[in-house]
Design a protein around this ligand. Structure first.
Ligand SMILES: [Zn+2]
Length: 302
C-alpha cells in the first residue's frame, strides 16, 4: 500500500516530469554573433552568453573571474576558432577545469572550420603581423557563413540535448527559411556596391567584401594587428590619389582616429559598421545586423 505522503510525492515527480523542459543546455559563445545564432536556434531550451561584446577586439580580451565561472558551467562552447581567440581561450578553458568543452570534444564547436576561408597564407611569417595560419578568422560578416554555422549548431544542440532534438530541427528550418529570404533581399539592395573600392582599418572586412563584391585598395593598419602610424597613413594617402576609394570602413570596436584623419584628407566618408550583434543600438540580432550593414554601405556609396 502506498501511504498518502508517498502518493503525494510521486504525484509531484510526475507533474515535474511532464512540465516543458527548459534551459537544457548552458552555452558560452566566444563572440556575440554566435550568441545571437544560439538564441535563434535554441530558443528557451538554452541559456547563452558571450565571452566578448561588440565593442571589444575579439583577438584580445581579459579572462575576468565572472567569465571563468561561465566557462566552468558551460555544456557547449561556440567559437570562431581559426586562431581568433588563441590569445585568451586556451587559458580560459584550462582555468575553468571544464573538460567537456575542450578542443575536439562534443562540447566545443569551431565555426571557422566549417566555412570556406579567405587569406589562407602559403607560409606563415609572423613578421607580417597578426597573420593567421588557418586563414582570415573574421567570417561572420558573410551571411552565407552564418547559414552554414546554423546547420552545424542545431545538430550539435540536438546531439547534446537529444530529448529536444525535434525542437532544434524545427527552429533551424524556420531560421533557414527566414535567412534565405533575407539574404536575397540584402543582395538585391547591395547591387550598387559591386566593384566599389574601399579602405579598411584592419583586415576584418574581407568576407563582407567578398560577398558584396567590394574591394580594398588599402588598410589603415600597416600590418594586421599593428595600429596605424603617421608614416603609413601618409603613404596610404598617396596610394588613394592614384587609386581612389569611395569610403573608409572600420568596425565599431576599432579606434576612430585614423579613419577620421583619412576622411578629412581624402574627403571620403568614414563608415562605422556594427561588425557583430550589439555593435550599434540598431544591430539587435543577426537580421538587423545585416540590414544596418548594407544600409550604411549604400549611404556612403551614394
Ligand atoms: Zn584580425
Amino acid at each position: 500500500m502506498i501511504r498518502p505522503l508517498n502518493k503525494f510525492l510521486i504525484g509531484l515527480a510526475l507533474a515535474a516530469a511532464s512540465l516543458p523542459s527548459h534551459a537544457g543546455i548552458n552555452v558560452l559563445a566566444c563572440e556575440p554573433e554566435w550568441e545571437a545564432l544560439t538564441i535563434e536556434l535554441g530558443g528557451d531550451k538554452v541559456k547563452v552568453s558571450s565571452a566578448t561584446n561588440a565593442l571589444q577586439d575579439p583577438h584580445r580580451i581579459e579572462a575576468r573571474p565572472g567569465l571563468i565561472a561561465r566557462t566552468r558551467n558551460a555544456d557547449l562552447l561556440v567559437c570562431t576558432g581559426l586562431e581568433l581567440e588563441s590569445g585568451w581561450l586556451p587559458v580560459l578553458v584550462q582555468q575553468s577545469g571544464n573538460a567537456k568543452i575542450g578542443y575536439g570534444q562534443p562540447g566545443y564547436l569551431e565555426i571557422g572550420a566549417l566555412v570556406p576561408r579567405l587569406d589562407v597564407p602559403a607560409k606563415v611569417d609572423r613578421s607580417e603581423g597578426d597573420v593567421h595560419a588557418s586563414g582570415n578568422p573574421h567570417i561572420q560578416q558573410d551571411p552565407r557563413n552564418i547559414a552554414l554555422a546554423a546547420v552545424a549548431l542545431s545538430k550539435r544542440l540536438a546531439q547534446l540535448d537529444p530529448s529536444n532534438a525535434a525542437y532544434y530541427r524545427a527552429r533551424q528550418q524556420d531560421f533557414a527559411n527566414r535567412w534565405t529570404a533575407a539574404m536575397r533581399k540584402w543582395e538585391q539592395q547591395a547591387a550598387p556596391l559591386r566593384g566599389v573600392a574601399v579602405v579598411e582599418h584592419h583586415k576584418n572586412m574581407e568576407y563582407l567584401m567578398g560577398w558584396l563584391g567590394l574591394h580594398a585598395v588599402g588598410m589603415l593598419e600597416s600590418k594586421p594587428g599593428v595600429e596605424p602610424s603617421a608614416a603609413h597613413l601618409g603613404e596610404l594617402l598617396g596610394v588613394l590619389q592614384r587609386q581612389p576609394a569611395k569610403m573608409v570602413l572600420r568596425a565599431a570596436y576599432q579606434d576612430g582616429r585614423a579613419s577620421a584623419w583619412l576622411h578629412e584628407r581624402a574627403h571620403i566618408p568614414a563608415v562605422v559598421l556594427p561588425f557583430t550583434v550589439g555593435g550599434d543600438d540598431k544591430a539587435k540580432d543577426l537580421f538587423s545586423l545585416f540590414d544596418l550593414t548594407v544600409q550604411r554601405l549604400l549611404e556612403a556609396a551614394k
